[in-house]
Design a protein around this ligand. Structure first.
Ligand code: AMP
Ligand code: GLY
Length: 443
């Protein structure tokens, strides 16, 4: 099968790496890809993966390319092309494309839509309201003493959520979005949620329109610095599984979140094919959905695909064609952990074009894979080219061992200004805290 992957981050490198292992995959392209995707070779015939210099949002360019090169499966990584309707466009030209269509992608592209859907189908979430009027919005946040999350309705490059601790902060966030049009059309409407306390966990489920296969839980580290301090980022590292939900609690997640979500989609004629990724908060009153994403998480994908034993071509093909019920997911025993190595200054201003050293040495390490994100190849040298540069991923028989392996690999790699977190999985390694029962509170 000839396959095109769309995107250029660590998530897409992980997808390319895993697809390349499949005996079904005979040609693999990545648009635009990165220096890492271009180093992969196919298990089936040793052909290299080819990067195509077309951006993920260049829909006309990608379509024209596909009409010439005829990929038999197209896999979409990022959220923006999904929100732009890439799936609908390619389907209308009779391509098989994996990912939710534009209507289904609204779970991520419109927080107002997602919140209203959860209300219609009784899915546990934060108490929330949508607003276009700043005066009404402020009355609502004042009623919560300012402790809330103010969220732009649309996609805002991951910057559309402001978690507020005071009335002044909430009022300022409302003014920026509704009055100052901070995110243009994307913040013409906002959702305000009550502030939820608890442990945050990522859920992923692979869907085919009528069924959904739930992955083990994972956890991202969104803050830039150790101790969960500093600004929010796209994600500084992940691990999988987490210890925060036992089997009964996963069954509860299935029953109260995934089942009503899928049933609601079917009832409303939403044909959801792809990954649904709810971010959830494990509160004292049970799991509650903070938001939905309509794609694989980044860097969650790196740890999931490091552990997934199934053939990814078969799974994505089944998801795109409504055949998932024939599959069950199989995972390597133990755990995986991914350390993001980022450019100094990220998520603010950072330099590009720094030479990355040590990749060869790291590539020889066992049970370790260095996924590239913001990298580029110039004169045979791999250079930094983005905020998140590498996702150093390792797997082993348990979390502690996987973590040790990942940090050992990190020590072999260097570039000027490198920054990464040293405390990944700190919650899991000290869970439950002394004197506390493992999350039995809400049952
Ligand atoms: P989102 O893009 O909606 O996931 O929000 C970004 C981050 O803000 C989340 O990962 C949470 O850490 C935090 N957040 C979002 N909503 C809430 C909420 N209602 N209460 C507390 N924290 C939140
Ligand atoms: N890991 C955060 C995200 O993919 O949105």
């Amino acid at each position: 099968m000839k396959i095109l992957v769309i995107g250029s981050g660590g998530r897409e490198h992980a997808i390319v790496w895993k697809l390349a292992q499949s005996p079904h995959c005979t040609s693999l392209w990545c648009a635009p890809g990165n220096a890492g995707t271009a180093t992969e070779r196919l298990a089936a015939n040793h052909s290299p993966v080819i990067n195509i210099p077309l951006g993920a949002e260049n829909l006309p360019g990608l379509l024209a390319w596909a009409q010439t090169n005829r990929p038999e499966l197209i896999v979409v990584g990022p959220d923006n092309p999904l929100a732009l309707g890439i799936v609908d466009l390619f389907q209308s030209h009779h391509f098989k494309i994996w990912g939710p269509n534009r209507q289904a992608a609204q779970f991520e592209s419109s927080k107002v839509f997602a919140q209203a859907f959860m209300a219609r189908h009784g899915i546990p979430t934060a108490q929330a309201e949508s607003f276009t009027d700043p005066v009404q919005a402020k009355i609502f946040t004042d009623s919560m003493g300012g402790r809330c999350a103010v969220k732009a309705d649309g996609l805002a490059l991951g910057k559309g959520v402001v978690v507020c601790a005071s009335q002044a902060e909430a009022r300022q966030a409302i003014d920026h979005m509704l009055v100052g049009h901070q995110f243009g059309e994307a913040s013409a409407r906002i959702v305000i949620q009550e502030f939820l306390e608890g442990i945050e966990v990522s859920l992923h489920a692979l869907c085919d329109g009528t069924s959904a296969l739930l992955f083990p839980t994972s956890q991202d580290h969104k803050r830039a610095f150790d101790g969960d301090l500093g600004p929010n980022t796209g994600g500084m590292g992940t691990y999988c599984p987490t210890p925060f939900l036992n089997e009964d609690q996963m069954a509860e997640v299935q029953r109260v979140i995934l089942k009503p979500w899928l049933k609601g989609c079917i009832q409303e004629g939403i044909d959801y094919r792809g990954i649904i990724y709810p971010g959830i908060m494990l509160t004292a009153k049970g799991p509650k959905v903070l938001e939905f994403n309509a794609r694989f998480g980044d860097p969650e994908t790196q740890v999931y695909l490091a552990r997934l034993e199934n053939d990814l071509v078969e799974l994505l093909d089944a998801s795109a064609t409504g055949q998932l019920a024939q599959h069950t997911l199989r995972w390597k025993a133990g755990a995986a952990l991914c350390v993001v190595m980022a450019s100094g200054g990220y998520p603010g201003h950072y330099a590009k074009g720094k030479t990355i050293q040590g990749l060869d040495k790291a590539s020889k390490l066992e049970k370790t894979k260095v996924f590239h994100a913001g990298t580029t190849l110039k004169n045979d040298q791999i250079l930094t080219h983005g905020g998140r540069v590498l996702g150093v991923t390792a797997w082993d028989s348990d979390l502690k061992a996987a973590r040790k392996r990942a940090y050992e690999a990190v020590q072999t790699i260097n570039f000027e200004g490198v920054m990464y977190r040293n405390d990944l999985a700190h919650r899991a390694l000290h869970y439950p805290p002394p004197g506390e029962n493992p999350r039995s509170g809400h049952n």
